[in-house]
Structure formats: structure tokens, C-alpha cells
Write a protein that binds this ligand. Structure first.
Ligand code: F6P
Length: 343
């Protein structure tokens, strides 16, 4: 039977613990696999910092947010003691036969390189943004959408009471899935996503037409959204190369501009990490548990270099390389369809 090391890497995500539980329970009962958890992602692997994970340590975990083994944005090749040779030696010393890496695009990239360098490794896709091409849905996304939808419902009642335009900024740097899904679910009057620039004039027109009907406008904006004339005046490049609004988030940039262009009192709310915290939705618990169980099967079959993914209603196996082909963004046509409902 195999001894496996699990790590969680990158931004946390509701459902990580359910994956760990699913893998440990199935691995233990069906294959006699043993597990350890590396603390704080790749850092724990590189430093050899691991804790045993058995049936007892995963008890009740499917409902718990975050990750019990911690996470970080450290990469396996970036640390002084990193790299495939060091990691193989570390695994040998700890008696580890393979690594289960649960993470997003950065993690899959690193895992692919480690696999090519001869490390036994498999993956589980993770991101609340739902922008990984390999899988139809990632766990954590449904939870984030639920939380954002509840925020829209709440903002709507206060917006209606004051006849204000309410702007909700949700997560999503490169893809607008959370904004799109929560915006549709909450009946937003405009949904702004990174994939599709909209001018401030167009946004103001939607807002005005809602006010004209005697309603309080609700605008949902993904954090990565930009409008064409925003660049010099309002944005600055962060240390990570990501283009960020100069003051606050895009929601805070947008609200005063809407107010200025429409004369309608406007307030912004930045939902932030509330979208990533707390208990996973039932859908995410089920998806995460299935992925955890499937990764235990994958390891039993020595399917190194692959990750599990959801295709339709089935959990399948894909190569890291395929998983990374491109980012899954909102298709222009489906955005165009929903856009007809704005205003
Ligand atoms: O990728 C997940 C995500 O939550 C993005 O939506 C967001 O842009 C980013 O992580 C936030 O990162 P951090 O946790 O470093 O603030």
C-alpha cells in the first residue's frame, strides 16, 4: 500500500477539507493507503513539515471551510531547497510514494514540471473563480456564488429603501463567472466582467433606465473588470503585474463615476474574502468529496501526471498539460445573451 503526501496550495477555497477527507477515507478503506499532510503547501513539502492524516483526523471535515493543513503561494521551484531532486530526496526520507497537489493554475503548472522531472504527482483542480479549462466546475465556486447572491439580495433591500444605485464587487481577476452567476441569480441590472469592457456611458445608461422605471439599480462587477478609459486615470500595476484600480477596488472606482454621470446616489460594497471563507455549499461538499475519492483511485492506478476533473456529471482524469491549455473565461456569446437583459 502506498504512502501519500497531500498539499493544498494557492488561495484557499471552501471544499479543500472535503477533498482531503474524501481521499483519506477512500484511500484507507479501499486501498489501505496512508496519508500525511504537508503544512502550508509546497513549503511543507520542501521543508519536510508534515502531519499524519488518518480517519480520525478527517472526521467532520466536509463542512469545514479553509484547509486544515494550511496553504501558501510559495512554489516548489522557488524555495532554496526546492526543485525536483530535493523533493524526490525529501519524499524518500519521509517514505512518501506520491504527492497529491490540490491547487489552481500555478499549482498545476508546478506539478506538471515536477512530473516531467520524475516526481510521482497527481492533482485536484481548485479555484473559486471556476476558470480552469480542464473541469466544468471547481468546488468553491458554488459557495462563492451563494454568498455573492445573498449579498445582492441584501443590498437590494437597502438600495430600494434609499433609491440608491448599489454596486457589488465580487472576486474574479481574469474570469467573470462569479459575477455572471450571482448577477443572474440576484437579478442584477448590469454585470461587468473582465472579459468584456463596457464604457462608463453604457453603464450609466443602464443605471438611468432602471431609475426611470422607479427601481434601485443593482450593478455587479468582477474585480478584474476595466473600462476603456480607466487606464491612465484610475489604474496602476501591482507588484504581481495585475492591473488594479488606483484607489480601492474597481467597485469603489465605479460608484462615484456612476453617481457623477447619472446624478443618482451610489454606494459600493467590496465582498472580498468573505466569498472564500466559511462552510462549503452542499454542491461543493459533494464535488470535493467525489474528487478526493477519485484522486485516491488515480494514485492506486499510478496515474502520475494526471488530475481529476468534472466533465458533465462524471469525474474523469486529464493530463496536467491539457488542464493548462487555456483559462476558461466567459464566452462572448453567452455574455452577449445576458447583456440583452441589462438595464
Ligand atoms: O483565485 C482566487 C482568488 O480569490 C481571486 O478571485 C482573487 O483575485 C485572488 O484569489 C485573491 O488573492 P489573495 O487571497 O492573495 O488576496
Amino acid at each position: 500500500a502506498k504512502r501519500l503526501g497531500i498539499l493544498t496550495s494557492g488561495g484557499d477555497c471552501p471544499g479543500l477539507n472535503a477533498v482531503i477527507r474524501g481521499a483519506v477515507l477512500k484511500g484507507d478503506s479501499v486501498y489501505g493507503q496512508e496519508f500525511v499532510g504537508f503544512i502550508d503547501g509546497w513549503k511543507g513539502l520542501v521543508e519536510g513539515n508534515a502531519i499524519p492524516l488518518d480517519r480520525r483526523s478527517v472526521r467532520g471535515l466536509s463542512s469545514q471551510g479553509g484547509t486544515i493543513i494550511g496553504t501558501s503561494r510559495v512554489g516548489p521551484y522557488r524555495e532554496p531547497d526546492g526543485g525536483a531532486d530535493n523533493i524526490r530526496q525529501r519524499m524518500k526520507r519521509l517514505g512518501i510514494d506520491g504527492i497529491i497537489a490540490i491547487g489552481g493554475e500555478g499549482t498545476a503548472n508546478a506539478a506538471k514540471r515536477l512530473f516531467e522531472d520524475g516526481v510521482n504527482i497527481v492533482g485536484v483542480p481548485k479555484t473559486i473563480d471556476n476558470d480552469l479549462a480542464a473541469t466544468d466546475y471547481t468546488f468553491g465556486f458554488s459557495t462563492a456564488v451563494e454568498i455573492a447572491t445573498e449579498a445582492i439580495d441584501r443590498l437590494r433591500t437597502t438600495g430600494n429603501s434609499h433609491k440608491r444605485c448599489m454596486v457589488l464587487e465580487v472576486m474574479g481577476r481574469h474570469a467573470g463567472w462569479i459575477a455572471l452567476f450571482s448577477g443572474i441569480a440576484g437579478g442584477a441590472h448590469a454585470i461587468l466582467i473582465p472579459e468584456q469592457p463596457e464604457t462608463i456611458e453604457q453603464i450609466s445608461e443602464w443605471v438611468r433606465s432602471v431609475v426611470h422605471r422607479g427601481r434601485a439599480p443593482m450593478v455587479v462587477v468582477a474585480e478584474g473588470f476595466t473600462f476603456p478609459d480607466m487606464d491612465q486615470a484610475h489604474s496602476t500595476k501591482g507588484l504581481d503585474g495585475f492591473n488594479r484600480p488606483r484607489l480601492g477596488g474597481i467597485g469603489e472606482v465605479l460608484a462615484p463615476l456612476i453617481e457623477e454621470h447619472t446624478g443618482i446616489e451610489t454606494r459600493a460594497t467590496v465582498l472580498g474574502h468573505i466569498q472564500r471563507g466559511g462552510a462549503p455549499s452542499a454542491f461543493d461538499r459533494v464535488l470535493a468529496t467525489r474528487m478526493g475519492m477519485a484522486v485516491s483511485d488515480l494514485v492506486a492506478d499510478e496515474g502520475w501526471g494526471k488530475m481529476v476533473a468534472l466533465h458533465g456529471t462524471d469525474i474523469v482524469r486529464v493530463d496536467f498539460a491539457d488542464a493548462l491549455a487555456n483559462l476558461k473565461t466567459v464566452p462572448p456569446q453567452s455574455y452577449a445573451d445576458y447583456r440583452q437583459l441589462f438595464g
